[in-house]
Design a protein around this ligand. Structure first.
Ligand code: NCD
Length: 304
């Protein structure tokens, strides 16, 4: 029984196989319509979510499976003081696989140690979010046809942004990827992420504070929301929240084949006028996330 808590839990070959499987699901959805018949997915979300929870649930329905869920942190016995360990021991009695989101870093690992069914980390605090990365990888592969040699700009809250940490971990495995890390001083990539991915693998990267001066160098621009819920005080959030706003004007300096990404939800980071630009890929990411979650569920249930 195997859980997916972070990107290193998947080998490079498995990442490629998941993308191939997602492509096959896109091409032949009917072949998968009964694949998870009589299987149940439990979604346990102790933090807000729209895309991640609904895409897991939609993925399970597309595979012919069923879904059980608790509607939010306040609706489960966590509100009565139940531990994550006890909750997942319980849910393991009802479901064949669990997708869990929790505000505490490491909560998914605690869940996996206590569950008797596979656990998928759907986001643990400011740490990691591996299934968003699966959506991001498929989007990049579909848009660019490759990973090697890409210059990837990550912009915004690189400190608390768990999608950024997981994406760096994944892309660091491909040949010749280069990162441009664009953030305010206070919101730089944490040193553990730099040490484990960038420095260890000698990946070239630069740290910048200005988006406009580097936008023209990028193949991918991954915008992120400033993670208000992880700040210790509101003043800092208010000061930093609008550090970067991508507009059609700023995109004039960018390459014609730039791919603009965002894990969503968007607050102010990308003006809605950018949505009309053919370089905007963030709603494609949303759809790709569902297919990759289907592929992952199949793999973990031993049905892929
Ligand atoms: C992200 C998350 O939850 O970390 N959202 C998502 O799952 N697509 C990004 C965010 O909340 O800013």
């Amino acid at each position: 029984m195997r859980s997916i808590l972070d990107i290193p839990d998947l080998s490079l070959e498995e990442l490629d196989a998941l993308m191939d499987r997602a492509e096959d699901i896109i091409a032949r959805p009917d072949d998968y319509a009964e694949a998870c018949r009589r299987k149940k997915l439990a979604t346990l979300f102790f933090e807000p979510s729209t895309r991640t929870r609904l895409s897991f649930e939609a993925a399970m329905y597309e595979l012919g499976g069923r879904v059980i869920t608790v509607a939010g942190a306040d609706a489960s016995s966590a509100a009565k003081g139940e531990s994550v360990a006890d909750t997942v021991k319980t849910v393991s009695c009802y479901a064949d696989i669990i997708a869990m989101r929790h505000p505490k870093e490491g909560a998914a690992r605690v869940a996996a140690m206590n569950a008797t069914v596979p656990v998928i980390n759907a986001g643990d605090g400011g740490h990691s979010h591996p299934t968003q990365t699966l959506a991001d990888l498929l989007t990049i592969r579909r848009e660019k046809g490759r990973f090697s040699g890409l210059t990837v700009g990550l912009c915004g809250d690189l400190k608390f942004g768990r999608t950024v940490h997981s994406l760096i971990s994944a892309l660091s495995r491909y040949e010749g990827v280069r990162f441009v890390l664009i953030s305010p001083e206070e919101l730089k990539v944490p040193s553990y992420v730099k040490n484990e991915s960038l420095k260890k693998k000698r990946i070239p990267y630069t740290q910048e504070t200005d988006l406009e001066s580097v936008i023209g160098d990028l193949d991918i621009l991954y915008m992120t929301r400033v993670q208000r819920e992880r700040f210790f005080n509101e003043e800092d959030y208010l000061r930093l929240k609008d550090s970067y706003i991508l507009t059609p004007e700023k995109l004039k300096r960018a390459r014609k084949d730039l791919c603009v990404m965002h894990p969503l939800p968007r607050v102010n980071e990308i003006s809605v006028a950018v949505d009309q630009d053919p370089r905007a890929c963030y709603f494609k990411q949303v759809l790709n996330g569902k297919f990759m979650r289907e592929a992952l569920i199949l793999m973990l249930l031993g049905l892929g």
